[in-house]
Design a protein around this ligand. Structure first.
Ligand SMILES: Nc1nc2c(ncn2[C@@H]2O[C@H](COP(=O)(O)OP(=O)(O)OP(=O)(O)O)[C@@H](O)[C@H]2O)c(=O)[nH]1
Ligand SMILES: [Mg+2]
Length: 412
């Protein structure tokens, strides 16, 4: 288990905020006088022509956190930790056995299946119980549907799986393992059409990606992770700090900009988000930047005026480039369950969502909702996030996800 896996709150502490949804910040929304300070601040930390590979940001941030956090000496888990830069001559004596040992990085599959374990163990237990005790009849199939619906897979998927199980004509009954294999097969078939990579069209300079979603879903963190990916592919990246509601949000993006060697366009707190997006796009065009990632403030989908504001950001971006934004990514928190459906409905309508990213498929994720969304909306799912670290974002793989949800081993 990596350090970021063990202490999921440390980035939040670094950025001074928690992972839960926050109320909108009305007070921060007062218009700010157009002063010189309103001019975009360009923080260009790119080393000219450096070609330096993107550093391991998890380690970097962890080191920064360790060096700066006041709890470095006695952290939450009570383990004494030595800041990474403590000189060898330090008088702090820590017995060797107490020093934290860096844990080996767990494989992607291990992290994905662990993240989906809440759902997969509920499904495995429910299905095993049902098919050990009962024969295959209409009542059993109804109960199977209930189990699948409770796991957020949706009514359509539940009916589809039950139908296949029912039509299997197993004279001697059917085992829980066989049912789970059918489940994985059907879920894989539902997910495969939506598992599509985010393709950056290099002809677009910049390729504009707008990140949207409710409060705390993981937009800014995902921007950081994406920025690292694009930089590692050799692309130039600009980040626009379009969440102008909170100063901490602007700082958070600047940190990701520094860590990933991306240019950050920011204004002070309270500035107009659409105006900032406009300026950022013009600057990215002028600079010939490959990818522009625009952050936005979190907003609940039932707050009409905030959703209108988001629609305005999209309209203003189109004034500069009629084809932009080229991707509008809705970032969904995998722990919210059914509420994700309402989020997709409204964000799609108001911001023209082109694809999904599901975060927090670690911890207490309700991953079944992704299956519901796939069968209901058929929107591409580009990435999934299983942690706060920079490499905790992976392209979405339908077969892996389906097998992990059904509690099966990874396909050979
Ligand atoms: N465990 C886990 N935490 C995540 C993941 N993605 C983001 N987070 C954490 O979730 C919290 C919120 O993430 P942000 O990126 O700030 O979310 P946001 O959508 O930008 O939030 P607002 O700007 O307030 O709307 C932070 O503590 C992140 O570190 C993930 O995949 N797994
Ligand atoms: Mg944010």
């Amino acid at each position: 288990m990596s350090d970021s896996d063990k202490k999921p709150g440390f980035l939040a502490r670094l950025f001074g905020r928690g992972g839960k949804a926050e109320p909108e910040h009305e007070s921060a929304r007062a218009p700010v006088a157009q002063t010189e300070a309103d001019a975009p601040v360009v923080v260009d930390v790119d080393v000219a022509g450096s070609g330096v590979p993107t550093p391991d940001i998890t380690g970097d941030v962890a080191a920064t956190a360790a060096a700066t956090a006041s709890d470095a000496a006695a952290s939450e888990d009570g383990v004494a930790r030595i800041p990474a830069d403590t000189p060898a001559s330090s008088s702090v004596a820590v017995p060797e056995q107490d020093l934290p040992v860096p844990a080996p990085r767990r494989s992607w599959w291990t992290r994905l299946s662990a993240g989906l374990s809440r759902t997969s163990s509920a499904l495995t237990t429910g299905i095993t119980d049902l098919f050990t005790k009962r024969k295959l009849d209409a009542g059993t199939l109804d109960d199977l549907e209930d189990i699948l619906i409770q796991a957020d897979l949706g009514v359509d998927t539940a009916a589809r799986v039950a139908k296949v199980v029912g039509s299997s004509r197993y004279e001697k009954g059917i085992s829980g393992d066989e049912v789970r294999a059918i489940l994985a097969g059907e879920v894989g078939d539902i997910l495969r059409p939506v598992a599509s990579p985010l393709v950056i069209d290099a002809a677009m300079k910049p390729f504009v990606i707008l990140m949207v979603g409710v409060n705390g879903s993981g937009k800014t963190t995902t921007i950081g992770k994406l920025s690292a990916k694009f930089r590692a592919e050799g692309r130039s990246v600009m980040l626009a700090a379009g969440d102008t509601f909170r100063a901490a949000a602007i700082e958070q993006l600047k940190v990701w900009g520094e860590r990933t060697r991306a240019t950050v366009i920011a204004r002070e707190q309270g500035a107009d988000a659409a105006g900032l997006a406009f300026d950022a796009l013009e600057q990215a065009k002028a600079a010939g930047t490959d990818v522009l990632l625009i952050d936005t403030a979190g907003r609940l989908q039932n707050r009409t005026e905030l959703m209108e504001e988001l629609a305005k950001v999209v309209r203003v971006i189109r004034k500069v480039d009629n084809g932009a934004p080229h991707a509008v990514l809705l970032v969904l928190d995998a722990t919210v369950g059914q509420n994700a459906i309402a989020q997709v409905e409204v964000f799609r309508q108001m911001a023209g969502v082109t694809g999904l990213v599901m975060t927090k498929l670690d911890g207490t994720a309700r991953g079944g909702i992704l299956v519901s969304l796939a069968s209901k909306f058929a929107l591409p799912v580009h990435f999934i996030g299983v942690g706060e670290g920079v490499d905790d974002l992976e392209p979405f793989d339908a077969t892996d996800f389906a097998r992990a949800i059904a509690g099966l081993e990874r396909a050979a």
